[in-house]
Design a protein around this ligand. Structure first.
Ligand code: TXE
Length: 495
């Protein structure tokens, strides 16, 4: 069986290699539950080799000597190559994580925009002249790359979440070692062929595949790593932050959320209902910005629920490669089990199941789950407080703006929020009052390379995307020049 599977290698220092141990692991297709490829099971030794390759490329290589404009050209070329291969890359993502080919195709076709955006920024990274408050001193700052970046990604949107780290890190002149989720290694390894074809010098981009322990932990605690960009769950994030203490590496964390989607009485009920569907059933709820708590004003509750349940009950579940499918399977059996446990917790705590709450029939061995809606729930229940990362929505009615802002903010998370209203003043008031890194008004799950993403509170810190990302991957250096012809003043006082 093993022999028939596609066999991948890792990409370290410009070479395609097996793991130092020679061991591999298998990746499964969530739509069928069948294995489809093998991937090297990386070790701490592989990590060390990759980080050293990245360190060398940063210190002393063609990359280190390149102008920012040249680096921008390479990034642009990579974006162009991704555009040419978008369809194929999208299929690899779907085979690995079970998300709709439609959605992955959309993401992959849009991905080049990120490389083009950061390619454009590459030669606009500059410092400032500082009008210092002392005579005879000319002072300026430059913005410099940080060094070796470690990027750790989850399984839900492998190349998109990699790109949010890779594109700005390279635009700023860093080098990088990427560890993809053990669930979804294939598309990143395919991307490395394009990195090679684009002409990035060896060691600038490296991939070590494998598990959190030992690959993730060896990477985040490696003494040569200067910056860690992590997307995933809070438990692993704690390990990452501890690992970073070894080298005081700068860290950014994107850890998901329990995002509120708020429907006011003056909202367009159809748009609001579809916004809720998009927020929680898009990607089968396996999205860091999933709008998993819907707060609906009591005056429009029945109307919006009718539209919402009507659309959710009509969602076509099935083969993620088929064009008519609207919801595919969950990525891993563990995720399916996690969803089932949360649904049981909701029932045990007294919430009422309006729709779903089971595995659909007739879909073979795939890891499918129905869209699920709970009502009669309180905001304190587990299903309203913990990130489920599956197609499970908790709906709670409200009566006033003040009440809903309090409910929305009563969460340890703070990644995203949706507001549905036709009242412009209310939209702005609530957007300001919500503690989250992203607020969408009369839309949901919109993304762009120009807009930063990131959370507050338990959702993590740091931002990905937008101009801010350049700051995340650079640091300033201040240079003081004495222009005076006078002898040095008293050496025992600060100047
Ligand atoms: O994430 P993990 P998992 C949430 C979601 C999900 C939960 C767990 O709620 O159910 O997290 O998902 C690597 N040092 N999100 O288990 O384990 C790991 O190998 C360094 C939210 O997939 O955090 C993988 O590459 N790295 C999220 C990455 O961390 C370690 C998306 C994420 O895996 C490590 C996915 C360690 N000690 C899940 N241990 C979002 N925000 O989008 C593991 N890893």
């Amino acid at each position: 069986m093993e022999n028939q599977l596609k066999r991948y290698q890792m990409y370290i220092g410009g070479q395609w290699v097996d793991s130092a141990s020679g061991e591999t692991f298998t990746s499964f297709n969530p739509a069928t539950g069948e294995p489809w490829c093998t991937v090297p099971k990386g070790t701490a030794e592989d990590v060390d080799r990759a980080v050293r390759a990245a360190g060398k490329a940063f210190e002393d290589s063609a990359w280190a000597k390149m102008t920012y404009t040249q680096r921008g050209k390479l990034l642009r070329r990579l974006g162009d190559l991704i555009a040419e291969r978008a369809e194929e890359l999208a299929v690899y993502e779907t085979l690995d994580n079970g998300k709709l080919l439609r959605e992955m195709r959309g993401q992959l076709k849009y991905l080049p925009e990120y490389y083009h955006y950061f390619a454009g920024l590459a030669d606009k990274i500059h410092g400032e002249t500082l009008p210092i408050d002392k005579p005879d001193l000319f002072v300026f700052s430059t913005r410099e790359p940080l060094g070796v970046v470690a990027a750790i990604t989850p399984w839900n949107s492998p190349l998109y979440l990699t790109t949010l780290k890779l594109a700005p890190a390279l635009a700023a002149g860093n080098t990088i070692v990427i560890k993809p989720s053990e669930v979804t290694s294939a598309s990143l390894l395919e991307l490395m062929r394009l990195v090679e074809e684009a002409g990035f010098p060896p060691g600038v981009v490296n991939v070590v595949t494998g598990f959190g322990d030992p690959v993730g932990s060896a990477l985040t605690s490696h003494p040569w790593v200067n910056r860690i960009a992590f997307t995933g769950g809070p438990e692993s994030a704690r390990h990452v932050v501890r690992g970073s203490a070894e080298n005081f590496a700068r860290v950014s964390l994107e850890l998901g959320g329990k995002s509120p989607n708020i429907v006011f009485e003056d909202a367009d009920p159809y748009n609001a209902a579809m916004g809720i569907v998009a927020g929680i059933f898009g990607a089968a709820g396996q999205s860091c910005v999933a709008g998993s708590r819907a707060f609906i004003h009591a005056d429009v509750y029945d109307k919006v629920m009718e539209l919402l349940v009507g659309r959710a009950s009509g969602i076509k579940i099935g083969d993620p490669l088929a064009s008519e499918t609207e919801m595919g399977p969950l990525a891993i059996p563990g995720q399916l089990q996690r969803v089932e446990e949360y649904v049981q917790a909701g029932l045990d705590e007294g919430a009422r199941l309006v729709f779903g709450g089971r595995r659909p029939e007739g879909l073979g061995k795939g890891w499918y789950y129905t869209p699920t809606i709970f009502e009669d729930a309180s905001n304190q229940m587990k299903i309203a407080q913990e990130e489920i990362f599956g197609p499970v929505l908790t709906v709670i009615p409200f009566r006033s703006e003040e009440e809903v802002v309090k409910l929305a903010n009563e969460s340890k998370y703070g990644l995203a929020a949706g507001i549905w209203t036709s009242h412009v003043g209310k939209a702005h008031r609530v957007a300001k009052a919500i503690r989250a890194g992203i607020v969408w008004i009369n839309t949901y799950r919109s993304i762009s390379p120009i807009a930063p993403i990131g959370g507050v509170k338990f959702s993590g810190y740091g931002r990905e995307g937008g101009w801010e990302a350049i700051y995340e991957y650079t640091q300033s250096k201040v240079v003081w020049v004495n222009t005076s012809t006078e002898p040095m003043p008293d050496p025992f006082i600060m100047r």
